[in-house]
Design a protein around this ligand. Sequence first.
Ligand SMILES: Nc1nc2c(ncn2[C@@H]2O[C@H](COP(=O)(O)OP(=O)(O)OP(=O)(O)O)[C@@H](O)[C@H]2O)c(=O)[nH]1
Ligand SMILES: [Mg+2]
Length: 411
Amino acid sequence: MHYGSRHHSATISTRIPAHGDLAAVDTSGGSPPLLQEKQQGAVHRTRQSQQQPSLNAPSNKNSKKTAIAPKKNRKNTILIQKPFPPKPPVRRANAAFVMLVRNSDGQGARSAVRQIEDRFNRNFQYPYVFLNDAPFTEEFKALVRPMSKANMTFGLVPEEHWSYPEWISTTKAKEARKTMAKVVYGWSESYRHMCRYQSGFFFQHEAMLPFDYYWRIEPDVEYSCDLDFDPFLFMQDNNKKYAFTMSLPEYTETIPSLWNVTKDFMDKYPHLLAEKNALDFISDDGGKTYNMCHFWSNFEIADARWMRGEAYQQYFKHLDQAGGFFYERWGDAPVHSIAAALLLPIDQIHFFKEIGYYHAPFYNCPAEPEFQAKCHCDPYQNVNRERMSCTIKFLELAGEKGMVFPEEIFD
Ligand SMILES: Nc1nc2c(ncn2[C@@H]2O[C@H](COP(=O)(O)OP(=O)(O)OP(=O)(O)O)[C@@H](O)[C@H]2O)c(=O)[nH]1
Ligand SMILES: [Mg+2]
């Protein structure tokens, strides 16, 4: 399901250009700018690259004039040289994008990467790690590689991270899939391996080990706001360990025993719980029951060192032993969220309201005019402002400024 319009020519003319990019402004009422850029770009790119003064060359008045002066072409279209792109940032975090993906999702993967590049990463060049339980095909790699100049690694998930642990009864697991046939993905064996992998292993993959922070992306997601800051550095500089863009309630049928198993963990390992944690985000009765609130983990920026650390690892092992990844259908979203809420102080969890994001069927879309100016999403369709979302509750508990509603600005 998709609500908003995908067509937004404004992005084309306002984006920061790649080196030597041209913007075409149509004065003849002819074809739209994008088309002109396509039709005429090749010719003018060549001409421009011949005339463009070198960044190192001594500047004089004339050469400057040549670089910015509008040029007329034969079709009466004025071509304007856009300013040079910003210099690569001086500081970067030790971080990577990560996408778990099947070979059959190459088109969705390239679309997500293209948007990450357009909105953020072309100015930063953070690397990508693609992970798959089957070897990546050359076709998949050929689809995503051209989307970014950043380094890309294509990793194979080790079998021991995508199979049944010895203490799990495969017969009981099969039975569970049958009885849960009507629950979302309740019938699926691979979905369960995926959720367990995303809960406990992807950040331990050898391709991920060099990195401190990761930003999870999925095929077919959309990014609708230009980001002129570095969210990884934001995490690092503000000592944040887990960040989200949407929060929602989980389907109760998928996690009947998750909270009881979590309570066992809390009794057994009280020293691993954080002071000033976010228990009240996930429980409305002081921990007796789980209120199903979770961060939607298809978007995540997090500190992988926290997840590799003792507290998170102990929690994951405790859950894994209980078998709910296979006997029920525990998702990585409630697992990550409960872990973050209990094992981190609430001030290490962050809501990135300015990251416009879409994963079917929900959006995050900021209403603040300063953010909207960089977005093409509809702030009325921001799921975080809906009653079912838990984000307003999170902001209240975290003592952060409330969300701006579009009615306050546009109505
Ligand atoms: N390699 C591989 N990746 C998978 C598999 N199943 C899911 N994934 C990936 O795991 C992530 C989550 O899977 P999704 O199917 O999107 O799960 P979801 O977001 O809960 O469900 P949707 O609403 O259908 O998107 C995505 O990045 C998928 O590409 C699988 O069997 N193999
Ligand atoms: Mg998904």
